[in-house]
Design a protein around this ligand. Structure first.
Ligand code: SF4
Ligand code: SF4
Ligand code: SF4
Ligand code: SF4
Length: 313
């Protein structure tokens, strides 16, 4: 890219953007924490929230609105949660997406397709984690490619993935003393964390409040054996939004650790599950990029056939 000529740029953009969210792009001191922590960037390497924030500060509107990067973001808020300057890259990206639609860079139909891809990616995770957990409990090593192909076939043949079949349970013991750092007994069940969680948005069976309440009533063993724990992407949004100071993300990461420590799952589980997520991020990014390339004729984008092309079957 040629050197940026600041004079030729949309100089009022930084003010428009800054009015939209609470902090200022100009507060960014380019520490790079957001980019290092972004789960999409970590795996796919094509989403740089720091760069987006700096482009906004420079007023590079055309370049921003014409970039697929805005759509690779899954709005998990991890970048916002870790920013020491409270810059809110997530809100900036959300703002630019809306502007891209308003200014005709993409259509509403394109946005629907990207939403569909996001929902599909989460359902794929749910399906794969359920099978992967069974395999790990049987002492098997995971074959990520086979798991993904099986899940895609399974999802295509089902109208809805299986949801929890739990019929209610008795209280074992109240766990006031467990995981004190997570402060989960302070939960008022307002569900702010649930509505802010990007995983809950796509997977009805996944709910941070349910995990907290299940722990609260002493069903720790059920939780340690549950695939739901592993669906959490550790974005920390539930913790950031909770007015009661409950640290849902901390609780879930302690439970994952305990599942390994207690031998419910073998030690290699975490690295194998990380590989599953890496593969799903790659599939999602490839699908979003394909939708982006077809944005002018988005009606020709058919998710099922694009998935087949992406996984090569
Ligand atoms: S974490 Fe915040 S201050 Fe650091 S680069 Fe990102 S936006 Fe800038
Ligand atoms: S919201 Fe999540 S996916 Fe989007 S840039 Fe921030 S960390 Fe990355
Ligand atoms: S936001 Fe906090 S108080 Fe509200 S349901 Fe979630 S953990 Fe409970
Ligand atoms: S439950 Fe997990 S995925 Fe959901 S907001 Fe909390 S940390 Fe993020």
């Amino acid at each position: 890219m040629d050197a940026i000529k600041i004079d030729s740029l949309t100089t009022d953009l930084k003010y428009v953007v800054n009015a939209f969210f609470e902090s200022s792009t100009l507060s960014c001191y380019t520490c790079n924490t957001c980019t290092v922590e972004c789960p999409v960037n970590k795996t796919v390497g094509r989403l740089d929230p720091r760069k987006i924030v700096r482009m906004a500060a420079f007023g590079m509107k055309e370049e921003l609105l014409g970039s697929v990067e805005l759509w690779l973001c899954m709005q998990c808020r991890k970048c916002t949660n870790v920013c020491p300057q409270k810059v809110e890259p997530t809100s900036a990206i959300y703002y630019f997406r809306n502007l891209a639609v308003k200014e005709g860079f993409v259509s509403g139909e394109f946005v629907k397709v990207t939403d569909e891809i996001d929902e599909y990616s989460q359902k794929l995770r749910q399906y794969i984690y359920a099978s992967a957990l069974k395999a790990k409990k049987n002492g098997e090593r995971l074959n990520v490619h086979e798991l993904i192909s099986g899940a895609i076939k399974g999802l295509n043949s089902e109208s809805e993935t299986s949801e929890s079949t739990e019929n209610g349970f008795k209280i074992d013991k109240l766990m006031f003393g467990e995981f004190p750092e997570a402060k989960f007994v302070q939960c008022l069940t307002c569900r702010e964390c649930t509505v802010s969680c990007i995983v809950s948005r796509s997977i009805k069976a996944f709910d941070p409040v349910k995990i907290m309440r299940t722990c609260y009533v002493g069903k720790e063993d059920d939780l340690l054996a549950s695939p739901e724990l592993w669906l959490c992407i550790s974005c920390e949004t539930c913790t950031e939004v909770c007015k009661q100071g409950v640290k849902g993300s901390v609780l879930i990461s302690r439970l994952k650790k305990k599942a390994i420590e207690k031998g419910v799952l073998p030690p290699e589980t975490e690295s194998e599950f990380a590989e599953i997520d890496r593969s799903i991020h790659e599939i999602r990014a490839e699908l979003i990029t394909r939708a982006w390339d077809k944005r002018k004729e988005i009606q020709s984008f058919e998710l099922t056939s694009e998935i087949k092309k992406v996984i090569g079957s």
